[in-house]
Design a protein around this ligand. Structure first.
Ligand SMILES: [Fe+2]
Length: 602
C-alpha cells in the first residue's frame, strides 16, 4: 500500500481468557501451542527446507495431525467441475531432502463415508513439501470434504465447494485483504470460517507482509509494522524477507495461525497478491521497499522468488501454458457472476509518476492531475487489458465483479471537476491523495472506462453491472464509479445518473487503518468526493457480499478487537446496488443466512 500517513493500531477491548487459550492452542491441539505463542517457529528449527516447525522422526506412534500437517489444509480456485486442494507435509528429520508419498480423498459428507474421489501425489523438497491437487470430474454447486494422508498420519478434514452452472439465484461470499500478523489476531478470518453458508472467500492480497518484526527500519519508521512479540505474534524470519527460504518461512509462519487455518479449512479461496507478498509498493521493475544497495539483490530475482513461494503456499491454479507471473484469471459463477481477478502490481505496473504537488495548505503529498501524472503509464498492461476487454464485453452474467488491489474510484482531498478530463477542459482539477492507486494511472483507468462504454462516448454503457472489489488501503469505502465525480453536469450523486459502475473496498483484517487520512477525516472526504457513499477509516474486519439477480448487498462486519482472540463482531454498514442502477445506496439490515447450509468441516 502506498501511503498516506499511517498511525499506530488500536488495541481495544478486554482479554477473553477462554478464547485466548483455545486459539493459542492450550485447549486442544497441543502441538501448536508453543509455536503460536512464540510467533511462528519458536526458533531453533532444525529443518532448513521447512524452517518453522521442528521436524519429528516419530511419525508412527502417538501425536496428532499437526505433527505431519502443521499448516492445515486449504482449497481454492473452484470451477464448475474441479477445485485445487492444498496442504504441506512436514518431512521427517532423517529424510528432509526426499520426496514424501501423499494420498488424498474426497467425499460428500464430513465423516468421509460417501467417497467420491481419491488419488496419490508426492510432496517434494523442490516445492517446499507443499502439495497441490487439481481434483476434476466434480459436480457443480456441490460441497465436498477432503483430507490428506502422509507419514501414517491423516490431516484434518477440509470443506470446499464447486462453482454453480446455469440459473443461479443467490451467492454469498466474504472479501478480505491485509492481514498483518504482528498487528493482531485474525479474528475476522475465524468469523468468516464460522459462516457455513458462504460459497467462497475472495482474498485481495497482503496475505502476509514482508517486513521484519520491528518495521521497515528503526530509523525510517520503527512502529509502522511493529513488533508483535507483546501478543506472541512476531513473524519469522525476524528480518525482511529476501531469499526464497525467507519467503517460504514467512508463508509457513502465517499458515500456523489457527484462524487462518480455520478460514482455509471451511471455504475455498480465490486469491490474488497485492504488493506485500513481494515487497511494499512493488511494480514491474522495482519496488519502494527493494534496494539492491542494501544487499537485496536484483529485483527480477526477488520478484520471482516471491512469486514461487506464493504459488507453493496458496491454493491457486496456474493458468495453463502461462508462467506464474500471470495471475489474472476469470471465474464463472453460474449466470449470476463473472469474477475477474486482476493484477495491478507485478505484471505490468510502471513505476509511479512524479505528480505535481498541489497548492500549499493541502495535506502533504496531495497532487494535481497535471504534468507527469497524466502521461500514459501501464497498470494492467496491454495483454491484461485486452483480456479484460474480451471478458467483460463477452460476459453474459448479470454481475461482473473485478477483484483487484488498489482503489479504482477517485479520491480527492480537494474536490473539483477534473482538469485532465477532455470533456471538461476548463476544470480546475482539485487534488488527489494517493498516486499508488488508480488516481496515479489516469490513462490506464481511462482504458477501463472505454471498455465499459464499449468505445462509445459518455453516457453510453455497454457493459452494465460492473462492481469493483478492492483491498490494499486498510479502510472501508463504498462509491459510485464515474469518470469525473465532481463534474455535476455529467454525474448526479443523488441518483447515480452518469455513473459507470460501483466499487466496494474491504477493510483490513488487522493492518493499521487511517484514523484520519493526512489530516482529513471521514466527513470532509465525503464532502470533497460526492460519489463516496460510505467511509470508515479505522475499523477492521471483512466485507460480506450477498448477491441476487436483483441486487448486490455489501455488509461491513467489524471485529470487536485485535489484541486477543475474540468472537465479537458488529455489522457497521450495509450498502446496496440495484441491477442496472450503477449507484450505491447505504442502509438496510443484515441479509438472512442461507437456509440449511452444508455442515462445517469437523
Ligand atoms: Fe495492506
Amino acid at each position: 500500500m502506498g501511503k498516506p500517513n499511517i498511525p499506530r493500531p488500536r488495541w481495544p477491548g478486554r482479554l477473553s481468557r477462554r478464547l485466548f487459550l483455545q486459539r493459542a492452542g492450550w485447549l486442544g491441539g497441543a502441538g501448536l501451542a508453543a509455536t503460536v505463542l512464540s510467533g511462528c517457529g519458536g526458533g531453533g528449527s532444525s529443518g532448513a527446507a521447512v524452517g518453522r516447525v521442528p521436524v519429528s522422526d516419530d511419525p508412527d506412534t502417538g501425536g496428532d495431525a499437526a505433527q505431519v500437517f502443521p499448516h492445515g489444509v486449504a482449497s481454492g480456485d473452484p470451477l464448475q467441475d474441479r477445485v485445487i486442494l492444498w496442504t504441506h507435509v512436514l518431512p521427517a528429520a532423517s529424510n528432509a531432502g526426499e520426496s514424501i508419498a501423499v494420498t488424498w480423498d474426497l467425499a460428500l459428507d464430513p465423516d468421509m463415508r460417501m467417497p467420491v474421489a481419491a488419488g496419490n501425489t508426492v510432496a517434494r523438497a523442490e516445492r517446499d513439501f507443499t502439495v497441490k491437487v487439481d481434483v476434476t470430474g466434480l459436480q457443480p454447486g456441490t460441497t465436498y470434504y477432503y483430507r490428506f494422508t502422509a507419514r501414517n498420519r491423516q490431516s484434518v478434514t477440509g470443506r470446499t465447494r464447486t462453482l454453480p452452472v446455469g440459473a443461479t439465484d443467490r451467492l454469498r461470499m466474504a472479501v478480505v485483504s491485509c492481514a498483518s500478523l504482528p498487528h493482531g489476531f485474525f479474528n475476522a478470518y475465524d468469523r468468516i470460517a464460522q459462516r457455513a453458508d458462504l460459497d467462497l472467500v475472495v482474498h485481495l492480497g497482503d496475505y502476509l507482509y514482508e517486513y521484519p518484526g520491528r518495521g521497515v527500519s528503526e530509523a525510517e519508521n520503527p512502529d509502522e509494522y511493529g513488533d508483535g512479540r507483546a501478543i506472541g505474534r512476531a513473524p519469522e524470519p525476524p528480518h525482511e524477507i529476501i531469499t526464497l527460504d525467507d519467503y517460504r518461512t514467512r508463508h509457513a509462519c502465517y499458515k500456523l495461525d489457527p484462524d487462518l487455518q480455520a478460514l482455509h479449512r471451511q471455504h475455498p479461496m480465490i486469491c490474488v497478491w497485492d504488493d506485500h507478498e513481494s515487497t511494499n509498493d512493488s511494480y514491474i521493475d522495482g519496488a519502494q521497499n527493494h534496494n539492491p544497495e542494501r544487499g537485496e539483490g536484483d529485483w527480477p530475482s526477488r520478484k520471482a522468488r516471491a512469486i514461487q513461494a506464493y504459488y507453493e503456499w496458496l491454493p491457486i491454479r496456474q493458468t495453463p501454458g502461462a508462467d506464474e507471473a500471470r495471475i489474472y484469471r476469470q471465474f464463472a459463477l453460474g449466470d449470476l457472476v463473472d469474477l475477474f481477478m486482476l493484477d495491478t502490481r507485478l505484471l505490468a505496473r510502471e513505476q509511479p509518476g512524479e505528480p505535481a504537488l498541489a497548492v500549499p495548505g493541502l495535506p502533504a503529498g496531495a497532487f494535481t492531475d497535471s504534468g507527469d501524472i497524466a502521461r500514459p503509464r501501464d497498470l494492467l498492461g496491454p495483454a491484461q487489458t485486452d483480456w479484460l476487454d474480451a471478458g467483460l464485453t463477452g460476459s453474459q452474467a448479470r454481475w461482473k465483479l473485478l477483484g483487484q488491489q488498489v482503489m479504482f474510484g477517485q479520491l480527492k482531498v480537494l474536490g473539483a471537476a477534473n482538469a485532465l478530463n477532455l470533456q471538461n477542459p476548463g476544470g480546475q482539477g482539485g487534488a488527489f491523495l494517493n498516486p499508488d492507486q488508480w488516481d496515479g494511472y489516469p490513462r490506464a483507468r481511462e482504458q477501463v472506462w472505454r471498455i465499459i462504454r464499449g468505445g462509445q462516448p459518455a453516457p453510453a454503457v455497454a457493459v452494465d453491472n460492473v462492481v469493483v472489489l478492492t483491498g490494499d488501503i486498510h479502510t472501508s469505502w463504498a462509491m459510485d464509479l464515474t469518470e469525473d465525480p465532481n463534474n455535476l453536469v455529467a454525474y448526479n450523486p443523488l441518483t447515480g445518473t452518469g455513473a459507470l459502475g460501483v466499487e466496494f473496498v474491504t477493510p483490513s483484517v488487522t493492518s493499521p487503518g487511517l484514523d484520519e487520512l493526512s489530516g482529513v477525516g471521514e466527513p470532509a472526504l465525503m464532502t470533497q468526493n460526492p460519489h463516496m457513499k460510505y467511509i470508515n477509516l479505522s475499523e477492521h474486519g471483512y466485507m460480506l457480499l450477498d448477491i441476487t439477480p436483483e441486487r448486490i448487498q455489501t455488509e461491513w462486519w467489524f471485529v470487536d478487537r485485535l489484541d486477543a482472540p475474540d468472537d465479537g463482531e458488529t455489522l457497521a454498514a450495509v450498502a446496496v446496488t440495484q441491477s442496472g442502477s450503477r449507484h450505491v445506496v447505504v442502509g438496510g439490515q443484515a441479509s438472512a443466512p442461507a437456509a440449511d447450509p452444508p455442515a462445517l468441516a469437523p
